[in-house]
Ligand binder design. Sequence first.
Ligand code: ZN
Length: 494
Amino acid sequence: MMVWAYGADIMWKWVKRCAAGIGALLLLLLAVLLINTIRYSPPEIASVKAAEFEVNVARAAQDLSRAVTFETDSTKPDSPDFDAFIDWLPQAFPRLHASTTRVLIAEKTPLYQWTGSDPNLKPVLFAAHYDVVPILQPTLSQWVHPPYSGFVDDKFVWGRGTLDNKGALITMLHAAEKLMGAGFQPKRTIYFSFGHDEEVRGAGAAAVAKFLGSKNIQLDWILDEGSFVLDKIIPGLEKPVASINLAEKGVVTLSLIARSAGGHSSMPPKETAVGILARAIDRLQQAPVPGGLTGVSAEFFDRLGRHFSFGRRIIFANTWLFGPILEGILSDAPSTNAMLRTTTAPTMLSGSDKVNVLPVEAVAKVNFRIHPRDTFDSIVSHVSRTIDDDRVSIRVEELFASPASPVSDKNAQGYLDIRASILDTFGPIATVPGLTIAATDARLYARAADNAYRINPFKITGDDLTRFHGTNERLSLENIEKGIRFYHRLMERQ
Ligand SMILES: [Zn+2]
């Protein structure tokens, strides 16, 4: 009896000691999580110098309206509207015409040079494109105002190209025109390049990069489209966030080809070419290209996470513990998944032409959007390893294949100038370095520059997202004003 009681006593003491130990560990863990979260805050914003000057928004709106009326449809490159647009620019912007020299690259991409006072400084380049995507005929009747009318009401300029990308072009030139009128001369030479075929090939931008290269001109940075100031687009984030994108994804399409004997469908083998191919596609979908919170993806989410509520910040601030959970959550939503990894999208399929004929060949096309950490080769080897079936061959479709861009420096002066000009214009909003998941001309200009940054200085909401390449595209007068102020501040810094 005594022995039992003695044993129980020891056991009880031991349990208490363990519980105290575990409790202390949990408290310590909690303290670490909280301290990390408290220290994980947005960077201090040194000083925001509100851009105080008059902006003639009505005039700029009229110019954008006029720009929209040129039907520079990228699918009709022979339209006289391309040349008409180029000829209209010097009429609308006479000071630009007087203060710069212009060359036409690839016949239809005007490149303006505004010479700086210090030839020792590397030039910079502001890019935009003036071609637009076509209007789908069935949607024409859904436009509130005809797409090429450039209708202006008290809030918006309506029409194809307002958001993508004539709005940037016009506000950029208004800012330059204003600075030129005030007698300002930049220290760095500033180029303006207006691509004529961004929506199809980007041959204009590529030719500009080649032209600059042939003159031994290395740019300090270029600024092009590729992101916006996002207002309530990121779930759970109240503050607008300017994503200044450092890189853009590449693209490659792989054809997967399965072959089998063919014959009549009344006596099929266990697997037809279609069955073999289906299994290959399924395997690919089950095994996404490895990705995660590294490189530019890590920087984006690390900067973004600081602006969330305290509860959510605990997760972002403690990726040493919650990293795998966070990556799981981000991988579940297509928009955040695209920021983490090379995406895999099977898009086209073909097999036999007849229901009763076995296919001798079945082909799938799979479209990959390449994260900067991956290459064509790394994707092909991932695909071949994953499918693991030598009855399926893999072919790289060279046309339109383009690697991911290099990742630009977020500590370089160009980035800091862009960031400061965003803050001057929009106030103390969140700014983060990001990744463009679609293709733009920026990757082509980047060949001639140390760094390429991507953002248009317009605040967009979820409602605007469907208007891109869609119906009822429009740009608010408020955004036109912001655009002019932003470009003005950015040019002043050069
Ligand atoms: Zn565009």
